[in-house]
Design a protein around this ligand. Structure first.
Ligand code: KG4
Ligand code: ZN
Length: 347
């Protein structure tokens, strides 16, 4: 099965071409145009600017991915239907609908968060060959817009155990980076500086660590960083590194604690991390060590698939098609609309 996938939910314009069959996935093309440099000067993504840039970029990117005559080799078009920025989603879904309709192909609408989860299949052959033995899997989703603990009991089957009540983890990294004047996006920079920092230098809270539920709250942690900075006045490079390490450790402590407690309570046979923050080295190392202690297999995506990309959307679409998930055809596909707030468990 050949799938052409489009992803435009935020600030990456991405198109991928995937060949998939039972037990094997082959990524033939994976094009990503990142708009990060464009949004840097605003300190975050500006939705209207993002949508306009998607419009400029998507045509040339499509030309680089596939020639018009090769559409006859494609079986499905896949597209991120949500969640994300509505104007950005509108662009990608409109292009996908037009391509599907004019080439007489079925359209597979994919949830972006589900795409992040499937970036693990893109990265680990053992999942593609034998994922059954890893279900139920406890999945920690950590991106710029989402922080969720999800129990995946099978393909396309999810139970949301908890989520953030305020900021997402990536968002917290970005906001703390802003306080430290480290630029946008802040996650990679905090992660880099934290390597040389002392994580015990600042006493930061571990919000909701001991609550019985699986929800998170990160806004208070960000405020604690703000108060510490106000108290200390101008801090030097060494102290910035210490703050990065202290903040990162506080976040990781909370994430780990809840993830492994949930894994135990729900009898998970594996753990997966997904989303932009799964690129964080300290998080990966801490999760790896604890997973080994608990004798649980841990999966995280290859670095190239941690951020937004269309390859993961193609993989999620493949499992949706073989699992008799939603596929839109003919006139029906033209009425498909983006869903900016689409929850993983909503139909
Ligand atoms: O999944 P993603 O690319 O976009 C969304 O769907 O939200 O995630 C982007 C987020 C940003 O907040 C970015 O700062 C964060 O992931 N991020 C990191 C790292 N790399 C990216 N956070 C912590 N450590 C990193 N190494
Ligand atoms: Zn994402």
């Amino acid at each position: 099965m050949k799938i052409l996938a489009i992803e435009t939910s935020c600030d990456e314009t991405a198109i991928a071409l995937l060949s998939a069959k039972q037990g094997s996935l082959k990524l033939e093309k994976n094009q990503i145009y990142s708009q990060i440099d464009l949004h840097k000067k605003y300190g975050g993504v500006v939705p209207e600017v993002a949508a306009r840039k998607h419009l400029e970029t998507i045509g040339p990117l499509l030309d680089d991915t596939i020639k018009p005559k090769d559409f006859k080799k494609i079986d499905h078009i896949a597209v991120t239907q949500g969640p994300g920025l509505i104007t950005s989603l509108l662009l990608g879904t409109t292009v996908a609908k037009a391509l599907a309709y004019t080439n007489n192909l079925p359209l597979v609408p994919v949830n972006h968060i589900e795409g992040h989860i499937y970036s693990n299949w893109l990265s680990h052959d053992e999942l593609v060959k034998q994922d059954n033995k890893y279900f139920p899997s406890l999945i920690l989703i950590v991106s710029g817009g989402h922080t969720e603990l999800v129990l995946m009991t099978g393909h396309g089957q999810y139970q949301i155990l908890g989520k953030t009540l305020d900021d997402a983890v990536g968002e917290a990294f970005d906001k703390v980076a802003k306080l430290l004047e480290l630029g946008y996006p802040g996650g990679p920079e905090i992660s880099r500086l934290a390597k040389d920092g002392d994580h015990t230098a600042y006493q930061l809270p571990r919000p909701m660590l001991n609550n019985k539920d699986y929800n998170f709250s990160l806004a208070g942690l960000k405020t604690a960083v703000l108060y510490a900075l106000e108290k200390d006045g101008d801090i030097d490079t060494k102290e910035i590194k210490n703050m990065c390490a202290s903040f990162q450790t506080a976040v990781i402590d909370v994430l780990m604690h809840k993830t492994f407690r949930a894994a135990q309570e729900f009898g998970a046979k594996s753990i997966m991390i997904a989303g932009g923050v799964s690129a964080n080295t300290a998080l990966r190392q801490a999760m790896q060590a604890k997973a080994e202690q608990n004798n649980l297999p841990l999966f995280y995506p290859k670095l190239e698939f941690t951020g937004d990309n269309a390859a993961m959307i193609a993989v999620a679409a493949y499992y949706q098609v073989v699992g008799s998930g939603e596929i839109l055809r003919d006139k029906e596909l033209m009425s498909m609309q983006p869903k900016a707030n689409w929850q993983l468990t909503q139909k």
